[in-house]
Every structure is written in C-alpha cells, then in structure tokens.
Design a protein around this ligand. Structure first.
Ligand SMILES: NC(=O)c1ccc[n+]([C@@H]2O[C@H](COP(=O)([O-])OP(=O)(O)OC[C@H]3O[C@@H](n4cnc5c(N)ncnc54)[C@H](OP(=O)(O)O)[C@@H]3O)[C@@H](O)[C@H]2O)c1
Length: 258
C-alpha cells in the first residue's frame, strides 16, 4: 500500500529552483509539511507563500549546505517545529565542467563540498532523529552520470559517485531501523542548472536527454509513496546504463573525447 504523504515532514535541499521547487509544490499538494532549504532566501520565501496549505504550515530557511552551522540550524529548527523528520530529499547541487588537465582545484573543491559533503552533512544531522523513531526515508538525486563517468564532468561525476557510495553504505547500516535510502538518476533536465555551470575549459558538453523538472519531481513524490532502491529515469538512461553495465569498454569508446 502506498505511503500517505499528508502531514509527513519533508526536508528538501535546493528548493529555491528547478527540481527541488517542483518537488516542494507536489509534496505540499499531497498535504506534506515542507522544510525548504537553499541559499536564496527570497525565492524560498516566495515559494513558501505559494505552497498548498498556506505558509504557516511550511518552513523556509536560507541554508548553505556547504556550511556546517547552517545545516545544524536548519535541522534543529525543523525538529523543534515539527518534532520529527520523515523524509529528506538531498537535491541541492552545482554543476562543473572542464577537462581534468585544466582544473582549478579550488573550484573543484567547492563543488565537492556542496554536492558530496553537503549531502553527507545534512544526512548526518537528520539521521539520529530517524533512528530514534525507527523510521525515515532519504531520497537522493544523483544523475545517470553518477553511475558512468563522461568527459569534462569529472568533478561532478566524482561528487555523484561519492554520494552514491555513501548512500549504499548508509543503507546497509540503517536497514535494521526501517530507514529507507533511494537514489534517483535523471538524465539531462531543463532547469537553470546548466546555465550556472562552473567551467575551467572551453568545452561543450552535450546533454544526454532532456526531461522537464516536473517529471523528476513526480518521480521523487512517487518514490516517497512507494519506496524503491534506485531508479534510472527515461529510456535513454536505462539503455545507457544497461550498455555500460554489460560492455563498459564499448561505452569508454562511445563517450571518449574525439
Ligand atoms: N538539470 C540537470 O540536467 C540534472 C540532471 C541530472 C541530475 N540533476 C540533479 O538534480 C538536482 C537538482 O538540480 P536542478 O536541475 O534542479 O538545478 P537548479 O535549478 O540549479 O537547482 C539547484 C538547487 O540547488 C541549490 N543549491 C546549490 N548550491 C547550494 C548550496 N551550497 N546550499 C544549498 N542549496 C544549494 C540551488 O539553490 P541556491 O542557489 O538558492 O542555493 C537550487 O535550488 C541536482 O542534484 C542535480 O545534480 C540535474
């Protein structure tokens, strides 16, 4: 039977735009209590004002997941307000494009600190509350290139592979408490993500598919209702990762820099 989202407390990182924003709208429509986190507080406040159920039901807090004190404050505040956290959606991330030989290690470190350490940081803060209640669901937004490296995306791929490894270990530790861990791998999605790319080389990278953010948000809400271990979204992603699984050497040749 599907899990009812009404009155579930859902923390969503990266809720100020793109997939995270759409997910918050859907969760609120289902009656969930949303905790919105991102750095741009005006966008969060505006979203909170629009969510179903009215702004009083939801919490919006400017949070940089790269900063320990921000994340600690967010989770403490959410717990103080609602007394529990049912679902964590680890969605916030930044992009990064460039050849490894041109890489600026500072920029690379920033992306890793947000995408990988930020995810680890917030998960660590939420976990004790989930373990106490012997319930909870951590939903992670990875990417199809969180499972297969491609040129120019080394840092982004490293951050998503790292997140996936972390979550696989975590799943093995918390299964006994009834805590679920899911990974969703979308293909390329039409959001501002690629407009905000950090780049160290003048390279062009090609989207592997194109999906609307609403489709990914619907998948997040669906996984919250019917938990699944991992999902590759879209025919292209499924085919791409299947081929990579059976013939990785061929995939090396397909994706290589020409
Ligand atoms: N778009 C794609 O093609 C694509 C494909 C596969 C997977 N994904 C994944 O989908 C997720 C959402 O991406 P999107 O496409 O919706 O991109 P987006 O529109 O750029 O949204 C990214 C969100 O992350 C937040 N964020 C970035 N750095 C943050 C930080 N340090 N602390 C807190 N929040 C931060 C941003 O808010 P602020 O700037 O306000 O902080 C924004 O709300 C990401 O995990 C991404 O890797 C995207």
């Amino acid at each position: 039977m599907a899990i009812v989202l009404k009155d579930k407390v859902v923390v969503i990182t990266g809720a100020s735009g793109g997939i995270g924003r759409e997910a918050a709208v859907l969760f609120a429509k289902e009656g969930a209590l949303c905790v919105l986190a991102a750095r741009r507080k005006e966008l969060l406040a505006e979203l909170r004002g629009r969510l179903a159920g009215g702004p009083q039901k939801h919490l919006a807090m400017a949070t940089d997941i790269a900063k320990e004190e921000d994340v600690k404050r967010l989770i403490e505040e959410a717990y103080k307000r609602y007394g529990r956290i049912d679902i964590l959606v680890n969605n916030a991330a930044v992009s990064y494009v460039g050849r490894v030989k041109d890489m600026d290690i500072e920029k690379a470190g920033t992306a890793i600190n947000i995408n990988l350490l930020g995810t680890i940081r917030i998960t660590r803060h939420v976990l004790p509350f989930m373990i106490d209640r012997r319930a909870g669901h951590i939903i992670n937004i990875s990417s199809i290139i969180g499972k297969r490296g491609v040129p120019y995306r080394s840092v982004y791929c490293a951050s998503k592979f790292g997140m996936e490894g972390f979550m696989e270990s975590l799943r093995a530790e918390v299964m006994k408490y009834g805590i679920k861990v899911s990974i969703i791998r979308p293909p390329s999605v039409r959001t501002d993500f690629s407009k905000k790319i950090q780049r160290d080389s003048d390279v062009d990278h090609h989207a592997l598919d194109d999906m609307g953010p609403g489709t990914v948000a619907r998948m997040i809400a669906d996984v919250a209702k019917r938990p699944k271990r991992d999902i590759n979204m879209g025919i292209f992603a499924k085919g791409f990762l299947f081929l990579n699984g059976v013939l990785p050497g061929l995939m090396d040749k397909i994706v290589r820099e020409k």
